[in-house]
Design a binder for this molecule. Structure first.
Ligand SMILES: [Zn+2]
Length: 140
């Protein structure tokens, strides 16, 4: 009962839940670091482990209407971001099935395995969920 299998990511650099330290995503899986979450800067990523999805709902973001689920840490249940289920605007559909991680809810862990510092941000996914009244100095 209530037994949780916690996954560990074997990668040089991972993001973990700020509350409980559970691994969430590989840093290499981050597609863009220029997104805007509800709490500030956020990362778009391909996969998240140790997670659990909340109820589906439609949310109007800067880039249009999206169907999203809140993303919770499965271990401590903290909200860590959301998952894009459906983008109603065709130009935004690359986000479908991908996850937003709120930067303020996670921290990065460097695991001393192999040295491979590669901090580049892949281009092509450059759109931001930035409120219109807010300039976006989103530089890493
Ligand atoms: Zn957690």
């Amino acid at each position: 009962m209530g037994y949780i299998i916690k996954e560990f990511i074997d990668a040089p650099s991972v993001y973990a839940c700020l509350e409980c330290g559970s691994h969430l995503a590989r840093r290499d899986d981050v597609i863009s670091r220029t997104f805007q979450g509800r709490l500030g800067r956020a990362y778009l990523t391909e996969t998240v482990v140790n997670q659990q999805l909340g109820k589906k709902e439609d949310r109007l973001l800067m880039t249009g209407l999206h169907t999203v689920c809140d993303l919770h840490c499965r271990v401590c249940n903290a909200i860590i971001g959301w998952r894009y289920v459906r983008a109603h605007d065709r130009s935004q559909q690359y986000k479908e099935g991908r996850y937003i991680l709120e930067q303020s809810r996670i921290y990065s862990i460097d695991q001393p395995a192999k040295q491979e510092s590669d901090d580049h941000v892949s281009s092509g996914a450059a759109s931001c969920e930035v409120p219109a009244d807010m300039p976006s100095p989103l530089q890493t």
